[in-house]
Design a protein around this ligand. Structure first.
Ligand code: ADP
Length: 517
């Protein structure tokens, strides 16, 4: 029953979900409970559905203290919504898992999961037990995942020739706020990943890529530094603004004259005593400086971001001055102050680091909202490129892969004599939700667009055909370089199927301390 769950708005216009509590009177259980969970899931999915794809709409989110976020990233939208329904929360988690593992496809996975659940509701009405549905879904998912392997293509690239990676990154940025600077952001994403990538081991350590931002300037002023940028300047104007061949003491302790600890009462009754204290502090400070100099260091850094500095310069973080020693110093070819744009603000850049692979992307933009969304978009692009380094097999987007899997599952279902056949068909139908949402968001008629592409895929045995969201006149997604990494698409299917089983098995939600819900 649709009227159970509603999207309401609070006084600031922030959406939240109310699922009317039927359980006040009687405790609901069994399939009735499962169906209510499905309603809650659908409500959440409907919110993110409109942001799917290159023509998806951005959302404005306003936090309780008035912070504004503009985004079309599913994980972000869901993460910032105040959701009290337990099942709805599971969808938020789902989107987060996809984000953690793959970093992309966070909206798609929610749309798919909700669609699977919706199909399940119909099967429950037909009298099929939720567990049998979950079993059929598992079988269908297996067919789909195997089919993805079959239809996957390889995207060739080398360290020298990254043209293909650039194209993929550009597609990923196409629907985002940064689209006007997407050539530049794509290049930044590819360069960043390639500078830290270990192509032999097919490994990209994201720890080595730092994305920083500061408001001021335009998106086009964003840049990649093969090193580390730190929001500090040299602490004294008389210091040089560049240190070559830097040997860096990396300290967690503050580098300042010792302060008397206030918990010990300090009685100063005369000028002499005060002078003695001053003398003592000065002497201690000089000792500290000497300790640093003795190790051979020509630069000391303390405060935040020291972990990154330590990784980049192959140094060790030292908690106390006494622990300093030459082999613990970080090393960098050059540490210099860099000024940005029109403002006089300065930052420290550490380049030619001992561990040269660490890089920093520095995002500029006119305000924090733009920068935050640019950072999220860049993160997506970084993820897509990273995923291709890990495994360069891809399937085609625009719903092409979903349609291909849907057809494969239909075939397999026909050969299943058991009840699972129904669940498999339902799974095949559920996959249609993705191309349909893409079509709808692009102003196309969802059913017509889907029917046209599906029949062509079937007749032409061509799994590259998808929804032509950008109205280019061609449905060939390979032509437009609209791809999804194979591992990302598999992950979406597996996570969504897993979540369905979980929800289909929950026949009751018992909240400690809450009265009979
Ligand atoms: P997600 O958060 O799930 O990645 P997006 O809003 O980034 O969601 O949309 C991704 C979907 O849009 C994928 O299904 C992808 O194949 C599709 N897509 C992206 N660009 C295009 C395009 N130019 N034409 C058709 N489909 C596209």
């Amino acid at each position: 029953d649709m009227s159970n769950a509603q999207v309401m708005k609070d006084e600031q216009g922030r959406p939240f979900i109310v699922v009317r509590d039927q359980g006040k009177k009687k405790r609901i259980a069994g399939t009735e409970a499962v169906k209510q969970h499905i309603v809650a899931a659908r409500t959440v999915a409907n919110i993110v559905k409109t942001s799917l794809g290159p023509r998806g709409l951005d959302k404005i989110l306003i936090s309780p203290d008035g912070d504004i976020t503009i985004t079309n990233d599913g994980a972000t939208i869901l993460g910032q919504m105040e959701i009290s329904n337990h099942i709805a929360k599971l969808l938020v988690e789902l989107s987060k898992s996809q984000d953690d593992e793959i970093g992309d496809g966070t909206t798609g996975v929610v749309v798919l999961a909700a669609s699977l659940l919706e199909q399940a509701a119909d099967l429950i009405d037909k009298g099929i037990h939720p567990i049998r549905i979950a079993d059929g879904y598992d079988q269908a998912c297996e067919v789909a995942v195997a089919h993805l392997d079959e239809i996957s293509d390889e995207i060739p690239f080398t360290r020298e020739n990254t043209t293909n990676l650039l194209k993929v990154a550009k597609t990923s940025l196409g629907s985002k706020i940064v689209s006007k600077a997407h050539d530049q952001f794509a290049q930044i994403a590819v360069d960043a990943v390639m500078s830290v990538a270990d192509l032999e081991r097919k490994d990209v350590d994201f720890e080595l890529i730092k994305v920083d931002g500061k408001s001021g300037g335009a998106l086009e002023d964003s840049l990649l530094v093969k090193g580390v940028i730190i929001d500090k300047d040299f602490s004294h104007p008389q210091m040089p603004d560049e240190v070559r061949d830097a040997k860096i003491a990396i300290l967690t302790c503050a580098f300042e004259p010792p302060k008397p600890k206030t918990k010990h009462k300090l009685d100063i009754t005369s000028v002499e005593e005060f002078k003695r204290l001053q003398q003592y502090e000065r002497q201690k400070f000089e000792e500290m400086i000497q300790q640093i100099k003795d190790t051979g260091a020509n630069l000391a850094i303390c405060g935040p971001e020291i972990e990154l500095i330590a990784i980049a310069t192959n140094g060790r973080i030292v908690p106390r001055f006494e622990d300093l020693s030459p082999e613990k110093l970080g090393k960098a070819g050059v540490v210099r102050e860099m000024s940005f744009g029109t403002t006089r603000e300065k930052m420290l850049v550490i380049e030619e680091c001992a561990n040269t692979r660490a890089v920093t992307v520095f995002v500029r933009g006119s305000n924090k909202m733009i920068i935050d969304e640019a950072k999220r978009s860049l993160h997506d692009a970084l993820c897509v490129v990273r995923n291709l380094v890990r495994d360069n097999r891809v399937v085609y987007g625009g719903g092409a892969a979903e349609i291909a899997c849907s057809l494969a599952i239909e075939d397999a279902a026909a050969n299943n004599a058991g009840l699972e056949q129904y669940a498999m068909r339902a799974f095949a139908d559920a996959l249609d939700a993705v191309p349909m949402a893409l079509a709808e968001n692009s102003g196309l008629s969802p059913i017509e667009a889907l029917a046209a592409v599906k029949s062509r895929q079937n007749n032409e045995k061509n799994s590259k055909l998808g929804i032509d969201c950008m109205q280019t006149g061609s449905n060939d997604m390979k032509e437009h370089f609209v791809i999804d990494p194979l591992i990302g698409k598999k992950q979406q299917l597996l996570l969504a199927t897993q979540l369905c089983r979980l929800i289909l098995k929950i026949s009751q939600v018992i909240v400690p301390g809450e009265e009979g819900s």
